[in-house]
Design a protein around this ligand. Sequence first.
Ligand SMILES: [Zn+2]
Length: 392
Amino acid sequence: MHFEILKKDSKTRARLGRCRTAHGVFHTPAFIPVGTQATVKTMTPEELREMGAEIILSNTYHLYLRPGHERIRRLGGLHRFMHWEHPLLTDSGGFQVFSLQALAKVSEEGVEFHSHLDGSRHLLTPEKAMAIQQALGADIIMCLDECTPYPASHEEAESSLRRTLRWSQRCREVHGSGPQALFGIVQGGMYSDLRQKAAAQLTEIGFDGYALGGLSVGEGKEIMVRLIGETAPLLPENQPRYVMGVGTPGDMLEAVREGVDMFDCVLPTRNARNGMLFTRSGRMTIKNARYAEDPSPIEPGCPCYTCRNYGRAYIRHLYFAEEILSFRLNTIHNLHFYLAFMQEMRTAIAEDRLDGFRQDFNSRWNSSVEPGENPNLTSLPTGKRISLSTRI
Ligand SMILES: [Zn+2]
């Protein structure tokens, strides 16, 4: 993998970059749509490309359990399996093991868990996380890390970080110098000193890129942005920096200002299935009665397929009728919004006006959040619709 910085913003730490992988190029700052089960729900790969996606993410945990990484290897690897011949990133499986499994048992060797599908027992070690991701064959793969619970005491966070660093070393050793890029993950809870220590030690081990994990877990935007701002500059300048699982457009903008290059998040896709849409002026809840007879597009002027052809009243009707087209149309709009937002940030960095872009974004985004809606809410309360949407 080859990462090149094309331009730096003069007033912030933002960078415009280009990352070349065995399956082509992606431009940074990049948003990576999440394709949990080797599919970005409801979208074809052609549609994703058309809306500007250059790299997507798939979840090792899910593919390992079903259909199995060896089966995917026999079928020619994940790119061919899912018909995405462009840059692809897999996570280590650790995040799902820790977040889905109340009973996951961590030891020095690895983390033991039960399959959510059939209850079978599995042990995910750093070596196994590497072997699974090598079989899948993504262009960028991630070290197994221990996801520090939030909140955690300094002592807990430090002991968890120490394990993550030992696991990172083991991942580096078994990975060798294979063609896949391997990223290390900075943990350390919400403690600046631990995050700084993690950045220094991972840099010493040496990876192709560096991720910041364990953020956006309830600590609040201010703490998250501060930790990113303190940690990102400690990572090697000429390698990509990736904040995992973040976030809202505003979160990404703040992180880009601190020199972050890559993001993945389920917000645009998951919220689409819950009827929550992103617009320039804030979040729109399509089930709101005010849209019942509103024929205008979700966002006037938005060039996406959904906004060019459908109105709010129809989209609201599809939502209440629980039609599959509701998931598709909402996902198209939200992904388009996220990908266009990144493109606009890249242009702003190229033209050295990221802070102007931020001012403009913040003034519009805060101006018209719907009455009664909590502007800090990142997703709607879960309920029946979540269970329906996770089945397709
Ligand atoms: Zn649209």
